[in-house]
Design a protein around this ligand. Structure first.
Ligand SMILES: *[C@@H]1O[C@H](CO)[C@@H](O)[C@H](O)[C@H]1NC(C)=O
Ligand SMILES: *[C@@H]1O[C@H](CO)[C@@H](O)[C@H](O)[C@H]1NC(C)=O
Ligand SMILES: *[C@@H]1O[C@H](CO)[C@@H](O)[C@H](O)[C@H]1NC(C)=O
Ligand SMILES: *[C@@H]1O[C@H](CO)[C@@H](O)[C@H](O)[C@H]1NC(C)=O
Ligand SMILES: *[C@@H]1O[C@H](CO)[C@@H](O)[C@H](O)[C@H]1NC(C)=O
Ligand SMILES: *[C@@H]1O[C@H](CO)[C@@H](O)[C@H](O)[C@H]1NC(C)=O
Ligand SMILES: *[C@@H]1O[C@H](CO)[C@@H](O)[C@H](O)[C@H]1NC(C)=O
Ligand SMILES: *[C@@H]1O[C@H](CO)[C@@H](O)[C@H](O)[C@H]1NC(C)=O
Ligand SMILES: *[C@@H]1O[C@H](CO)[C@@H](O)[C@H](O)[C@H]1NC(C)=O
Ligand SMILES: *[C@@H]1O[C@H](CO)[C@@H](O)[C@H](O)[C@H]1NC(C)=O
Ligand SMILES: *[C@@H]1O[C@H](CO)[C@@H](O)[C@H](O)[C@H]1NC(C)=O
Ligand SMILES: *[C@@H]1O[C@H](CO)[C@@H](O)[C@H](O)[C@H]1NC(C)=O
Length: 481
């Protein structure tokens, strides 16, 4: 009874509060969207081939109530009508050109037209959108230069033009940028020294994604003041020159991916300052010299790929400290001392993928080893290794992939192979093995059914370890990369 009474009291209070609110809004006239914004949106919709069919903008004249439109009123004291500040039409099936009428929405702060079928060039009047902070055109079919039309967007903080066919040079940059994502386009050319100076001043920049373009020339060494940088992703371009040493001044850097370029020289970066580094991919470049010793202080490092370079020497003892490491690929370098390498890496307890293919040429495979209990993938193919298939591999009970192909291994295939229950890819081909194939192999459950494994392996590493044999067949092939 007492409880009911107090509930009632609360209701009374709420009702009074609502009354107060509604009397306030009655005091100002009911607000519709601004007529300028209304006609700009109508024009935009009408120029689309499938325009308002997909997103119903035909109901009423208050565009602020339309799907994907967000308005902000001019304030209680203001007599001005509601202005469109946000347009969110991601994945609405929009088809056709981007109408220049959009440029009339001069209060717009956020425009998201990602994942549609927009085509043609960007209209030139984009610079009118002086308040625009977020622009996302990603995953459309837009062409032509992008940085001319949007050059005047002084307030822009997040710009995503990725996965279109934009071309031309990167000619401008925006002083307040926090995130720039222009991946998977046809941008070309060098990053000029004038532009480099501007980039070096982007002190709020967190995300810088340029991958999958045709940029060339020296990678700019401009990161000395970019203390907020968390991700630099510039793989699959034609950048050359040394690794930018100023990256050492980005203490928050987590992802550094420069693979598949033509960078050269030693991996000369003071990694001891990068205590947040979680993923480093410098594969498929022309780096030479030793593995960087200072990397061992990156205790957060989970993914390390330095494959397909010309690195020499052995794995530093200090790498035993890489306790977070789960994925390591060093294939196709000129590393030596397999036995020493394994005794270092066995202390990285979280290691699940170890790819050392094409190194250690002509060495002996170590007979005695411990550790590697968590290993799922071990690739030691094409190393010209001598010796026998070692029995310590039986301790790697979780192994799903074992590649010892293209070596000079002798002796029998051990019978314990038949008890490695998770094995689904086994390659002993092109060795000098003798004797019979153990019967147990033919009974391995996982060798017969592969689907779930390949899926989980590919997604856990983010790197495709299995690729289609060819377009038409459904078979999968281990990706020797
Ligand atoms: C808009 O009108 C269409 C019919 O013309 C109707 O199907 C739809 O539900 C209406 N949408 C809203 C948000 O009122
Ligand atoms: C585009 O990139 C921005 C900035 O990196 C990001 O916030 C946004 O989620 C991306 N858009 C899509 C559709 O992935
Ligand atoms: C860049 O944009 C693409 C969308 O095309 C998105 O998938 C990716 O996550 C974005 N990257 C970042 C770091 O925002
Ligand atoms: C960082 O900015 C300051 C002040 O603008 C400047 O003096 C300094 O040279 C810059 N440092 C680097 C490494 O660019
Ligand atoms: C490497 O980059 C080139 C463009 O420079 C691209 O065509 C190619 O597909 C990339 N290769 C891989 C494996 O990503
Ligand atoms: C790798 O480096 C060695 C010297 O350390 C050099 O002789 C060799 O030509 C390099 N190989 C390639 C493919 O660049
Ligand atoms: C591992 O790190 C500890 C301190 O974090 C250090 O004392 C030790 O020398 C390191 N081990 C190696 C092999 O570098
Ligand atoms: C190792 O992996 C386990 C299980 O995934 C995780 O809980 C632990 O934090 C990892 N250790 C390090 C040092 O990353
Ligand atoms: C291995 O690296 C060399 C250059 O270092 C390159 O020519 C060769 O194609 C690479 N092999 C594979 C399988 O990637
Ligand atoms: C191989 O590495 C181990 C451990 O780092 C070291 O003790 C050994 O001397 C090395 N062997 C050669 C031949 O360099
Ligand atoms: C491996 O260990 C066994 C037994 O502990 C020992 O007899 C053998 O000599 C060792 N082999 C090598 C190559 O160290
Ligand atoms: C076997 O491996 C050697 C390298 O050890 C290689 O040169 C040869 O082409 C391979 N043969 C076949 C048939 O794969």
């Amino acid at each position: 009874m007492v409880i009911r009474e107090s509930n009632f009291l609360n209701f009374g209070f709420l009702a009074a509060w609502f009354f107060c609110l509604s009397s306030l809004s009655i005091a100002t006239p009911t607000q519709n969207c601004n007529p300028n914004d209304y006609s700009a949106l109508k024009e935009f919709a009408n120029q689309l081939i499938n325009g308002p069919v997909k997103f119903s903008w035909s109901n009423g004249t208050d565009c602020c109530k339309w799907d994907g439109v967000v308005c902000e009123d001019g304030g209680i004291m203001s007599s001005s009508s509601n202005r469109v500040v946000m347009l969110r039409l991601s994945g609405k099936g929009l088809k056709g050109r981007v109408s220049e009428s959009l440029c009339k929405l001069d209060h717009l702060k956020s425009l998201d037209l990602s994942h549609n079928y927009l085509e043609g060039r960007l209209p030139l009047e984009f610079s009118n959108l002086k308040q625009l902070e977020v622009l996302d055109f990603s995953h459309n079919m837009l062409v032509g230069p992008a940085f001319g039309p949007i050059a005047g967007l002084k307030s822009i903080r997040s710009l995503n033009l990725s996965s279109n066919s934009f071309s031309g040079n990167l000619i401008g940059i925006f002083p307040k940028l926090v995130a720039l994502n222009i991946s998977n386009n046809l941008f070309t050319g060098e990053i000029s020294s004038k532009l480099s100076v501007k980039i070096s001043k982007l002190s709020n920049l967190k995300t810088f994604v340029l991958c999958g373009n045709r940029f060339s020339g020296c990678f700019p060494n401009v990161f000395g003041n970019l203390t907020e940088l968390e991700q630099l992703v510039a793989h699959s371009n034609s950048f050359s020159g040394p690794l930018p040493s100023s990256l050492a001044f980005c203490p928050k850097l987590c992802v550094l991916d420069l693979q598949n370029n033509s960078l050269s020289g030693p991996i000369d970066l003071d990694f001891s300052r990068l205590s947040n580094l979680c993923s480093l991919d410098l594969a498929s470049n022309r780096f030479s010299g030793p593995l960087p010793e200072s990397l061992s202080s990156c205790h957060e490092l989970k993914i390390l790929s330095l494959a397909k370079n010309n690195l020499t020497g052995q794995i530093p003892q200090s790498y035993a400290n890489l306790s977070s490491l789960t994925f390591l690929s060093l294939s196709n370098n000129s590393l030596v001392n397999l036995s020493g390498s394994l005794s270092v890496l066995k202390r990285c307890k979280n290691l699940t993928t170890l790819i050392l293919t094409k190194n250690f040429h002509g060495e002996e495979i170590p007979e005695n080893m411990t550790g590697f209990e968590n290993l799922l993938i071990l690739a030691l193919g094409n190393c010209g290794l001598n010796g026998r298939i070692p029995n310590w591999l039986f301790n790697c009970r979780k192994l799903q992939v074992l590649d010892l192909s293209w070596n000079h291994l002798e002796g029998n295939i051990p019978s314990w192979i038949g008890r490695m229950e998770d094995l689904f890819y086994l390659d002993f081909s092109n060795n000098s093995l003798t004797g019979e194939i153990p019967k147990g192999i033919t009974e391995l459950e996982s060798l017969i059914s592969v689907k779930s494994y390949t899926y989980s392996l590919n997604t856990s590493t983010g790197i495709p370890l299995f690729v289609k044999r060819n377009q038409s067949s459904s078979g999968l092939q281990y990706n020797q990369a």
